[in-house]
Design a protein around this ligand. Structure first.
Ligand code: SAH
Length: 363
């Protein structure tokens, strides 16, 4: 079957000249008709990858308890925005809402918002979450003003398009995509001002050659979150794979059916992500006068919140098969050779007096 998205991208290059890796990623993931997320449910054994909420209900339960604790510490506001960005199948939010059901006032106070670009995933979220009356938004500007915000996002930031800058010798260039004999090829062009301003001085002036990844979209998104938190109070929690410190490195990865494939293979049929630079987020949040918690590892966050105790509790009423699945879910979430240390957790918040659980061991 011809790949229609491939033709669309090639035509764009033919008419406009080279495109950035961010342009390519944005089209591959988010093209309204043929983008990867727009057309499918990519999660699980039959899909292309699996995420923490899909691994075990305990992930969402821990985050539910964490949010419940925060809401109480914030004085149990009678109205607050509960927002998830990139909710996928809606599993995390479903587990959060199930866990918090018993907390008097929490459900009445929450106004549920989901930021999701995919019509296919929105339909799945609707089936699961409609009883909680969610509102879907495309943009953070669509949130109501003057209401505190509790934001969660798991594996959302890694899906935001990145640019790659490459240093060779003394020179920085941007890696872009052109066509050669009708096939995609990388080409190197001068770096524009906006991108240059995303590169920290220590990296720009470094003597070593290498790749640096910057995301204008992620930076813009974090800026909007920071402004909302400052204005409306609240907390934002990000869980994602990435590095605690800004560093050079090519982390762009393309995945299909749980295997790595080439970036240019079957555009629109594989997931493209990049590791998140948590130091970049922290630097921006500090500049915006927020308090930064973490990053810590997913293992430290979840064990700090008592996931082991929860697992034991669930095992008490379980048969052998259920016990095995709880055990393997727990291991997958916290083992350091699985999701435990690659995945990091960071929270942003304007209130220096708010004590956030789970961040005892910062990296
Ligand atoms: N949080 C879910 C899904 C992670 S996959 C989980 O942990 O299982 C990334 C999610 O972000 C998908 O729901 C995808 O459609 C959504 N997404 C990616 N880029 C987006 C954007 N720019 N705006 C809104 N949603 C986006």
């Amino acid at each position: 079957m011809p790949n229609l998205l491939e033709n669309i991208i090639k035509n764009k290059i033919r008419t406009q000249g080279t495109i950035t890796i961010a342009d390519y990623m944005e089209l591959c993931l988010g093209h309204p008709q043929y983008g990867y997320y727009m057309t499918r449910d990519p999660f699980g054994a039959k899909g292309d990858f699996i995420t923490a909420p899909e691994v075990s209900q305990m992930f969402g339960e821990m985050i539910g308890l964490w949010l419940a604790d925060l809401w109480m510490k914030m004085g149990s506001p009678s109205e607050f925005i509960l927002l998830e960005c990139g909710p996928g199948r809606g599993t995390l939010m479903e587990d959060i809402l199930r866990t918090t059901k018993g907390l008097a006032g929490f459900h009445q106070a929450k106004k549920l918002y989901l930021m999701e670009m995919s019509p296919t995933l929105k339909a799945i979220q609707k089936q699961k979450l409609n009883i909680y009356e969610p509102t879907w938004i495309d943009d953070l500007n669509a949130l109501p003003a003057r209401v505190p915000l509790l934001l969660v996002a798991n594996e959302f930031l890694d899906a935001l398009p990145i640019h790659q800058l490459v240093k060779t010798g003394q020179e920085w260039m941007e890696k872009r995509i052109e066509l050669k004999d009708d096939a995609f090829h990388f080409v190197y062009k001068p770096v524009d001002k906006r991108l240059k301003s995303c590169v920290p001085k220590k990296i720009w002036e470094s003597q070593t050659d290498g790749v640096f990844e910057a995301s204008l979209i992620l930076n813009q998104y974090i800026k909007s979150v920071d402004i909302l938190l400052k204005k409306q109070n609240g907390v934002a929690l990000f869980v994602d794979y990435g590095h605690p410190e800004t560093a050079m490195g090519d982390t762009l990865q393309t995945m299909r059916s749980h295997r790595f494939v080439n970036l240019f293979d079957t555009p629109g049929h594989s997931d493209i992500t990049a590791h998140v630079d948590f130091e970049n987020i922290a630097m921006q949040a500090w500049a915006d006068e927020l308090i930064v918690h973490g990053p810590t590892t997913q293992k430290s966050f979840l064990t700090g919140l008592g996931i082991d105790v929860r697992a034991e509790r669930l095992m008490m009423g379980a048969d052998d098969t259920q016990k095995e699945s709880l055990r393997s879910g727990l291991n997958r979430l916290i083992d350091t050779d699985q999701m435990g240390s690659l995945f990091k957790v960071m929270a942003l918040c304007p209130d220096p007096n708010l004590k956030l659980e789970g961040f005892d061991e910062s990296l």
